[in-house]
Design a protein around this ligand. Structure first.
Ligand code: NAD
Ligand code: TDX
Length: 332
């Protein structure tokens, strides 16, 4: 049994990973999370207390990070400011958390020789044309578009530099768009599901041709655990599940699964600098570490996610009005 420190474990993907770790290993989990607007302790409330220690704190707090690293066998780093639209509104917290926060963890990993896995995104590679036959691979050049993705790219480069310069034992992964339970209502899929539940028209940015490569959060978790167990230090692994879909098709599928006419949505102001298409080639993870995704059926996964939001209104309702007011002020 090991003590795994999970930063950002009260957020969307982090909390799914904590559930996955507790359900599939005998590790003890320590969560370090600042409980920003995006963190929610209720996402961890059904877990056994003897398996989980929660620490409310900031990843930029060097003494706290140092103390937690001294007691951790491995660290998985999810904590981030994660929403592109927020980064267009107020970039500063993205630099503080994503850049300075990652730097703070790297210094602690260096001091304690702690195994670290850094979670990142396919957005560091920029975007692809709709008809481009290529997909992102581990050797695609970095070309981020937004304040969010540029700070994630910066954090990745810090990790690579600390591996090379100081011998820090780190791996990296860059994953495509996740969906599943516990995702904040600011994000595309939960926003539209909760709009329908509330009787608000779903909102599609621009024409909705933009393509995202969807993966279930549990598949992301199993891939991260595989990399933590078998990944080669210093290596980057792309995580995806062959889930490319355009936003218009996803919104229509949500409406159909929720018993609404499939055109019952509105087009709103497009995102500034909106990336057109992301697509992941995860051959390296499949062939070198033997990982494969288990959630092949997007429609079934989406239906289960819709049911989760129907069953857990108390989890998302407190954030809903504020999120819609933020978007309304932006014409979105
Ligand atoms: P999220 O916004 O839902 O959760 C982020 C969590 O980090 C929250 O619990 C928040 O309280 C915490 N946090 C933020 N700043 C902190 C700080 N300074 N100190 C401590 N805790 C802090 O994000 P998410 O969607 O779960 O994303 C998690 C990670 O996965 C991020 O690194 C993100 O870049 C990456 N990622 C996300 C996706 C996706 O589709 N959501 C895809 C690929 C990669
Ligand atoms: O109301 C909306 N309408 C809409 O059309 C919202 C909120 C979004 N969109 C579009 C924008 C994107 O093309 O849907 C797509 C998905 O949007 P988001 O959920 O904001 O995700 P995205 O910007 O693709 O980034 C996500 O995946 C990669 C995560 O938020 C990032 O943290 C991750 O790195």
């Amino acid at each position: 049994m090991a003590n795994i420190l999970v930063t950002g474990g009260a957020g969307f993907i982090g909390s799914n990973f904590v559930h996955y770790l507790i359900g599939n290993t005998d590790h003890h989990v320590t969560v370090l999370d600042a409980l920003t607007y995006a963190g929610n302790l209720a996402s961890l409330s059904d877990l056994p207390e003897d398996r989980l220690t929660f620490v409310k704190g900031n990843i930029t707090d060097a003494p706290l990070v140092d103390e937690l690293f001294s007691k951790a066998d491995a660290v998985v780093h999810y904590a981030a400011e994660s929403h592109n639209d927020n980064s267009l509104d107020n970039p500063r917290p993205f630099l503080d958390t994503n850049i300075v926060g990652t730097f703070t963890l790297l210094e602690a990993a260096r001091k304690h020789d702690t195994r670290l896995h850094h979670i990142s995104t396919d957005e560091v590679y920029g975007d692809l044309e709709l008809d481009d036959p290529e997909r992102f691979t581990e050797s695609t050049p970095y070309n981020p578009s937004s304040p969010y993705s540029s700070t994630k790219a910066g954090s990745d480069l810090l990790v690579r530099a600390w591996v090379r310069s100081f011998g820090v034992r780190a791996t990296l992964s860059n994953c495509s768009n996740n969906y599943g339970p516990y995702q904040h209502v600011e994000k595309f899929i939960p926003r539209q599901i909760t709009n329908v539940i509330r009787g608000i028209q779903p909102k599609l940015y621009g024409a909705g041709e933009n393509v995202r490569d969807w993966i279930h959060a549990d598949d992301h978790s199993s891939a991260v655990l595989t990399i933590l167990d078998k990944g080669v230090i210093g290596e980057t692994y792309l995580i995806g599940a062959d889930g490319e879909k355009n936003n218009k098709d996803v919104i229509e599928l949500i409406l159909q699964l929720m018993g609404q006419p499939k055109d019952a949505y509105e087009h709103v102001t497009d995102r500034a600098g909106h990336d057109l298409r992301y697509a992941i080639d995860f051959t390296k993870l499949r062939t070198e570490l033997g990982w494969t995704p288990r959630y092949g059926d997007f429609e079934a996964g989406l239906a289960a996610t819709i049911q989760w939001y129907r069953d857990n209104e108390a989890w998302w309702a407190p954030a809903k009005d504020g999120v819609e007011a933020f978007y309304a002020a932006r014409g979105q």
